[in-house]
Write a protein that binds this ligand. Structure first.
Ligand SMILES: Nc1nc2c(c(=O)[nH]1)N[C@@H](CN(C=O)c1ccc(C(=O)N[C@@H](CCC(=O)O)C(=O)O)cc1)CN2
Length: 328
């Protein structure tokens, strides 16, 4: 056995053990009444190491071939530029080749579609990611629908989403943020089968696919959204709570069932004069209140965010492997 599989096993064991602390009294340390904080940064770093090992193996086995990812960004939104920079850096670190297209805000829908089509035809590119949101004059769904199904590493193509929804089918790729949320739960040792899961939010990129993934994991799933009459009562039934509403600290401590596992997908920028930048990133969950009731909870930042990029790398590796190894 090589070095990485042992590291992988030990690291997974470490994550599960830290999760078990809450369930097995003699393993508990620190403040017994507080949730185990799921360290998304650490779990994502572990996954990135595992991916690097697999990319190296592929490279050795197939004469230097590595997965390739096309990163397409339109316009100059600062947040999107940051995420794209993080994605490229992550690709470099694990040995995935990245192609870049930085396109002007004024680009037409047709021109953008042509860029995507070129990457569809490029055999060295195994994944295409169009950073969202796109400028208002471009129909996002139309652009995402042009990405080849086999290269849809964001998992946003309607056919991949359709296969995620259907019993007896598996998509080629699953959207990175909800996939990362599930992996955080699994790597922390949280059982999903038969549990009541509540997803707050029904966006195409997080809430809706998260609900379908939890359903595939045999959870009983309820989706809470802006028209839901009694969101607090529904959330209080949740063994697993995924918060993806986009509203800072809307989920208070008394919305959380005692012992629930809480995954906070929210990344809301709020004014904070104590910070040099003048703002802070906060989740959809009131963390300080919720950690007193939950058994597991993700922080913001440092929870789901880093997993989004780790899952993108995982999807690129999967797509690259399918293409390079010649499997479907
Ligand atoms: N094509 C896509 N567009 C967008 C996606 C996506 O999955 N595909 N998701 C989001 C943005 N996003 C990746 O693109 C993303 C968001 C947040 C993070 C992250 O690591 N956040 C850190 C904090 C970083 C900071 O300080 O700003 C954290 O939460 O710890 C990574 C990726 C929308 N668009």
């Amino acid at each position: 056995m090589g070095g990485i599989p042992v590291e992988k096993a030990l690291s997974a064991l470490g994550n599960v053990l830290s999760g078990l602390k809450n369930k097995i009294p003699f393993l508990k340390d620190g403040n017994d009444d507080e949730a185990t904080i799921i360290d998304g940064k650490k779990i994502a770093a572990d996954i990135r190491l595992e991916i690097k090992a697999e990319v190296d193996e592929l490279k050795t086995k197939y004469g230097g071939k590595v997965p390739g990812l096309a990163v397409v960004i339109v316009g100059e939104r600062k947040d999107s530029q940051t995420y794209v920079r993080m994605k490229r850096k992550a690709c470099d670190e694990v040995g995935i080749h990245s192609f870049h297209s930085e396109l002007p805000e004024t680009i037409s829908e047709e021109e953008l579609i042509d860029v995507v089509k070129k990457y569809n035809e490029n055999p060295d590119c195994h994944g295409i990611l169009v950073q969202l949101p796109l400028p208002k004059h471009i129909d996002e769904e139309k652009v995402l629908g042009v990405i080849s199904l086999e290269k849809d590493v964001d998992g946003f193509h309607p056919l991949n989403i359709g296969m995620l929804a259907m019993k007896g089918h598996e998509p080629l790729f699953m959207p990175c943020t909800p996939k990362g949320s599930i992996v955080l739960l699994e790597r922390s040792g949280v059982e999903l089968k038969g549990k009541n899961a509540v997803v707050v939010g029904r966006s195409n990129i997080v809430g809706m696919p998260a609900s379908m993934m939890l359903n595939k994991k045999d959870c009983t799933v309820t989706v809470v959204h802006s028209r839901t009459k009694n969101p607090k009562e529904i959330c209080r039934q949740a063994d697993i709570l995924i918060a993806a509403a986009g509203s800072a600290k809307m989920i208070k401590g008394d919305w959380i069932k005692k012992g629930a596992a809480v995954i906070d997908v929210g990344t809301n920028s709020v004014e904070d004069k104590s910070k040099k930048s003048g703002y802070a990133l906060v989740g959809d969950v009131d963390f300080d209140e919720a950690k007193k009731r939950a058994s597991f909870i993700t922080p913001v930042p440092g929870g789901v965010g880093p997993m989004t990029i780790a899952m993108l790398l995982q999807n690129c590796l999967d797509g690259g492997k399918r293409a390079i190894e010649g499997t479907k």
